[in-house]
Design a protein around this ligand. Structure first.
Ligand code: P6P
Length: 335
């Protein structure tokens, strides 16, 4: 018995929504193919680095693209042809990506981080692709920025691919969170995590403590609190930080805990922290809330933040509901 493929799962979900036309299923099917191509290259690239090669030169004598450029172009080129998109937005591109005239357009917009954490590849640590899908909300065939600048609570779907010891896909369309593992021999993503739920409270905290001196005092107090010893409240927490958002998020989703990227004063150009709302915080917030968790800026629910610009950054506190609510109490000075 092979088990349920992600396509079978998508078709079951499609049948559950009477208004579904199959467009969304076709969209996600194309994205899954792109992820398989990226997964293969991520593994090869790691090998190349270990063997010290200078990287591939292809038959057109083109300089090999860096891995994140490769992932970005793989998704853009394949998704543009899907016929389901009115536009795309990538973490790697400053502006909205239009669908060229030669391809049919659709009613969805895809926002993605093609390869998050790619600095980890040469140390063979997990990295990932994050995606967010909205419905077009403006009239006419052409997309505008307004189609991308939608609140996270309006997402139709969100998910990520994590390229680690195995390649996994985790996604939600608003009725639970499902995980699929790629079986290389088959080339299929098979259902491996049915209806994922994050523990109400964890015992793991994930943050780059090197930024401790740049945080707001209340954030420092919260992290200090997690490190204090107190049997009654099951502290200290364990610190786990990989430095790739998808990997840190995925571990906490399955085991419980809180991931934090607070605003820090280290880089005045990034007063709201490093992570992007549309292609990182909002899709993961949709997933974590569907799994029973919560995601906040420290002051506001991530899914309620009204985006002002494509690459807007937000402080991110995400994971087990009780842990994130406690973070908000400290940050807002209520504790
Ligand atoms: P720092 C990777 O560069 C990334 O965008 C996220 O994947 C990760 O969570 C974060 O930055 C790590 O940032 O400052 O701790 O290296």
């Amino acid at each position: 018995m092979v088990g349920m493929t992600v396509i079978e799962h998508l078709l079951i979900k499609q049948k559950e929504s009477p208004e579904a036309t199959g467009a969304f299923t076709r969209l996600l099917t194309e994205l899954i193919v792109a992820a398989k191509v990226i997964s293969r290259e991520v593994n090869r690239a790691g090998l190349v680095d270990i063997l010290g090669y200078t990287g591939r030169i292809n038959i057109q004598e083109e300089r090999v693209r860096k891995l994140d450029d490769f992932a970005n172009h793989t998704i853009m080129e394949r998704m543009e042809k899907s016929g389901q998109l009115c536009a795309m937005a990538s973490e790697e591109d400053p502006d909205l990506i239009e669908i060229s005239k030669e391809y049919p357009k659709g009613n969805y917009i895809l926002i993605f981080d093609p390869l998050d954490g790619s600095s980890n590849i040469d140390v063979n640590a997990s990295i990932g692709t994050i995606f967010s899908i909205h419905r077009k909300v403006t009239p006419g065939e052409e997309a505008t920025l307004a189609d991308a600048l939608q609140k996270g609570s309006k997402q139709v779907a969100a998910g990520y691919f994590i390229y680690g010891s195995s390649t996994m896909m985790v996604y939600t369309t608003g009725s639970g969170v499902y995980g699929f593992t790629l079986f290389p021999g088959l080339g299929e993503f098979l259902l491996s995590h049915e209806d994922i739920k994050i523990p109400e409270r964890g015992k793991i905290y994930s943050v780059n403590e090197g930024n401790y001196n740049y945080w707001d005092e209340n954030v420092r107090r919260f992290v200090d609190y997690l490190k204090e010893s107190d049997k009654a409240t099951k502290r200290p927490y364990t610190s786990r930080y990989i430095g790739a958002l998808v990997a840190d998020f995925h571990r906490n989703l399955l085991k419980g805990g809180i991931f934090m990227y607070p605003a820090d004063t280290k880089d005045p150009k990034k007063p709201h922290g490093k992570l992007r709302l549309l292609c990182e915080a909002a899709p993961l917030a949709f997933i974590v809330e569907q799994a029973g968790g919560y995601a906040s800026t420290g002051y506001e629910r991530i899914l309620d933040v009204e985006p002002q610009e494509l690459h807007q950054r937000v402080p991110l506190f995400i994971g087990s509901r009780e842990d994130v609510l406690l973070a908000e109490e400290f940050i807002q000075g209520k504790r």
